[in-house]
Design a binder for this molecule. Structure first.
Ligand SMILES: *Cc1c(COP(=O)(O)O)cnc(C)c1O
Length: 392
């Protein structure tokens, strides 16, 4: 196959071979329904429980606190709607941020239509939630705080421990969308005072369409999916056994050789940032320089359309993103980039390159080489850029 460089790991990742191998038998010979009494089924129940154990271990949780879902979006919907409806009598106020994934933002917007009130916190220019703002936003009727662990566009990592402490002090439930953080950050739900946590397998070399919600023991939320008694009566539907087994294996692998892997990805990230800043003018790094995901690079090039940049990169077999997959295809600039204070023009010239352990230094160098060429070519077509050059 032709050379292909994949730098869109925040959108999704391939399923690792070891993960696929563990999954395969459950599509064919081990097809039993985990709820059945006969061996073909009940043996699968054991496999689902083993996977639950692995997810719990990765989070410092108990296996009884892990519930399998169909991915990050479902987990976010369940956590937020489930908490909102359960505690409706106690209060109708929810606090979240302006930079959440649409799975959280649109769930909150939906709840606003149902009579809930939502405060969307601002972030600073690096994309970090201001703790004083959070404290000030808390009211007597606040029932839930939902703040993402790490941002999918700009990679900024939030002060989750401090937020967890604030939530606990005020006796408010704390949910975090940790979809981008799993496999990149070590997480202990008890140390961080997290009550609800969403994760999704396809962001860390597991299959698409499967995820989990951590629900702290003692925390009660309403069900999202009604039906049979699966997942201890909390999430109906015949278990996605192959997917769940794949999730278990993927999360186990994600935390193997963790420090070494992270060090490598950070070195690639920093090399990429350094080379872009050194070789291309009129560029800014978005997100916090150090409090950021190991694999995330997000930059804005002035005088350029991000969409044209993506198309030209694609012609060179380089896969990247201009924001989150959900926003591409629409002409509105990313809500995250606007929230950190970028103008519409600058936000439009943004590029996200998200790295994984599968990328190499050589790929980083090649991408920078191509970027220099492409950015230069696109700028030649920009009247604004010509004007700036003349003025110099
Ligand atoms: C990808 C992503 C989601 C959605 O997860 P799916 O499994 O694709 O539904 C939610 N939140 C964040 C931060 C993500 O990156």
């Amino acid at each position: 196959m032709e050379r292909y460089i994949y730098m869109d790991n925040a959108a999704t990742t391939p399923v690792k071979k070891e993960v696929l191998e563990e999954m395969l038998p459950f599509f064919t010979e081990k097809y039993g329904n985990p709820s059945s009494v006969y061996k073909l089924g009940s043996a699968n129940r054991v496999e689902v429980e083993k996977a639950r154990e692995k997810v719990a271990l990765a989070l410092g949780a108990d296996k009884s606190e892990i519930y399998f879902t169909a991915g990050g979006s479902e987990s976010d919907n369940w956590a937020i709607k489930g908490a909102a409806y359960k505690y409706r009598d106690k209060g109708n106020h929810i606090i979240t941020t302006k930079i959440e994934h649409h799975a959280v933002l649109n769930t909150c917007k939906y709840l606003e239509k149902q009579g809930f009130e939502v405060t969307y916190l601002d972030v600073d220019e690096d994309g970090i939630v201001k703790l004083d703002d959070l404290k000030r936003a808390i009211r007597d009727n606040t029932i839930l705080i939902s703040v993402m662990f790490a941002n999918n566009e700009i990679g900024t990592i939030q002060p989750i421990k401090e937020i967890g402490e604030i939530a606990k002090e005020h006796n408010i439930l704390f949910h975090t969308d940790a979809v981008q953080a799993i496999g990149s950050i070590k997480i202990d739900v008890n140390e961080l005072n997290i009550d609800l946590l969403s994760l999704s397998a396809h962001k860390f070399f597991g299959p698409k369409g499967v995820g989990a919600l951590y629900i702290r023991k003692g925390v009660r939320i309403d069900n999202l999916i009604s039906g049979g008694g699966q997942e201890r009566n909390k999430r109906a539907g015949t278990e996605n056994v192959a997917g769940i087994v794949g999730l278990g294996k993927a999360i186990e692998l994600a935390y193997e050789n963790f420090e070494e892997k992270n060090k490598y990805i950070i070195s690639l990230r920093d090399r990429l940032i350094e080379k872009i800043e050194k070789n291309i003018k009129y560029v800014r790094l978005n997100g916090h320089r150090t409090q950021r995901l190991p694999g995330n690079v997000n930059v804005s090039f002035e005088f350029i359309e991000g969409e044209s940049l993506l198309l030209m990169l694609d012609l060179n077999n380089i896969a990247a993103s201009s924001g989150s997959a959900c926003t591409s295809g629409s002409l509105d600039p990313s809500h995250v980039l606007l929230a950190i204070g970028l103008s519409h023009e600058i936000a439009h010239g943004s590029l996200r390159l998200s790295l994984s352990e599968l990328n190499t230094e050589e790929e980083v160098d090649y991408v920078v080489e191509k970027l220099v060429e492409i950015v230069d070519r696109l700028r030649q077509m920009s009247p604004l850029y010509e004007k700036i050059k003349e003025e110099k």
